[in-house]
Design a protein around this ligand. Structure first.
Ligand SMILES: [Cu+2]
Length: 386
């Protein structure tokens, strides 16, 4: 159990006044009362926790395997933060980590694009040496694969549930009855639905099975880019997809994998925030561009709850399409754009001067927790050219 200072009681400066004895007595009495109440509260909490844990261990083999309510109570109050907790060899592990490929994949040919994801319960790293039990859309961890189609193509989506509990997939790019298309798929089953990608932009997809907070927090999200054809975008030389998200851990994930701490997810107290699922991965393995190239970022904030305030340090967006409204006129000369949880944004930068340009969520707690990367333009001095 963590020891927290009993703030503010032990930090309140002592102020002596002339009104003297009564207030001193009252203060002592109050202090005594607080201590007694606190003691009994602690005992009750401890009993409740023991009861929960013994109950949970008797009925639930693992928090990854089901909708059991033990996941709701892994951490009792006060909530423990594991922010920034990494093993000693974190730097080495970060270098060895294979970064999620942020490059926008090409659009498949044909009128119908078949997408098949086989869902798998798996352990991934969300930061160097920090393991987490995810429900992964495709056996690659989180986010799921980048889906790229052209406006007007039909997406034929098949979800095979290789996990232990029901899951589903909700595409924000679709206009479709959710009770039909986004329905739960039972373990071992597959389900196929189609939708026409008529609205260009970058959209989130995610599991929509209840509790959605838990399913998204466990890594069930990704991005689909629908490239516009009716009103094509200006040419870009490099295109990258970034999915911002946050992780809520019930342990540090170092010796054994962490699972979801639902209380922290509800309290919006993440341990790590990431681009493409792993803290700081593009700091160690920067995205690249040549000087003078136009770089396009397709950004989704998956949450589950927090927005991402997208900003590239050392430059200004040449074009920004807030809310990924790519059929509209882009904003120019914009510094930071909010990408709402469950929403997207598209951002062009054109950088002439070689250097290392951090891209961040400028809500800076996010940077501290890992939602930062580097765009390496050219071969700036002082960096390797691997
Ligand atoms: Cu799910």
């Amino acid at each position: 159990m963590p020891s927290r200072p009993a703030y503010p009681y032990d930090r309140t400066p002592r102020v002596e006044t002339d009104s003297g004895a009564f207030f001193k007595f009252a203060a002592i009495l109050l202090g005594f009362t607080v201590a007694v109440v606190g003691f009994f509260a602690m005992m009750m909490w401890s009993d409740a926790r023991d009861a929960r844990e013994s109950g949970a261990s008797a009925t639930t083999p693992a928090v990854t395997s089901g909708h059991n309510h033990s996941t709701d109570h892994n951490t009792a109050l006060p909530l423990n933060s594991f922010a920034g907790v990494v093993p000693d060899n974190a730097e080495e592990l970060a270098k060895a980590h294979k970064a999620y490929d942020a490059a926008l994949p090409p659009v498949p040919a044909g009128d119908v694009v078949k997408v098949h994801m086989t869902l798998k319960d798996m352990t991934v790293e969300v930061a160097p040496g920090v393991k987490y039990n995810t429900w992964s859309f495709s056996g690659h961890g989180a986010p799921g694969p980048i889906v790229h189609v052209r406006e007007g193509q039909t997406v034929e989506m098949t979800l095979t549930n290789g996990g232990a509990i029901p899951h589903s997939i909700d595409f924000h790019a679709a206009r479709i009855a959710p009770n039909v298309a986004f329905r739960d798929v039972m373990p071992g089953q597959s389900f196929t639905f189609r939708f026409k990608a008529s609205d260009p932009g970058v959209f989130m997809y995610h599991c929509g099975t209840k509790p959605v907070l838990a399913h998204i927090a466990n890594g069930m999200y990704g991005a689909i880019v629908v490239t516009p054809t009716t009103h094509p975008l200006p040419k870009a030389d490099k295109e990258y997809v970034l999915v911002a998200s946050e992780w809520y851990l019930n342990g540090d994930g170092i010796k054994e994998p962490a699972s979801l701490d639902m209380a922290k997810a509800r309290a919006m107290m993440p341990d790590w925030t990431t681009f493409n699922g792993y803290a700081n991965q593009y700091v160690t393995h920067p995205l690249t561009a040549d000087p003078g190239e136009t770089v396009r970022f397709w950004v989704v904030a998956a949450g589950p709850t927090l927005d991402s305030d997208f900003h590239v340090v050392g430059t200004i967006f040449d074009r920004a399409w807030p809310n990924a409204n790519v059929t509209g006129t882009p904003q120019r000369g914009v510094q930071t754009v909010q990408v709402p949880a469950g929403g997207g944004g598209v951002f062009d930068v054109k950088i002439d001067q070689p250097g290392l340009y951090p891209f961040v969520s400028h809500a800076f707690a996010h940077v501290d927790l890992g939602q930062v990367g580097l765009l390496k333009v050219g071969n700036p001095k002082g960096t390797t050219t691997h």
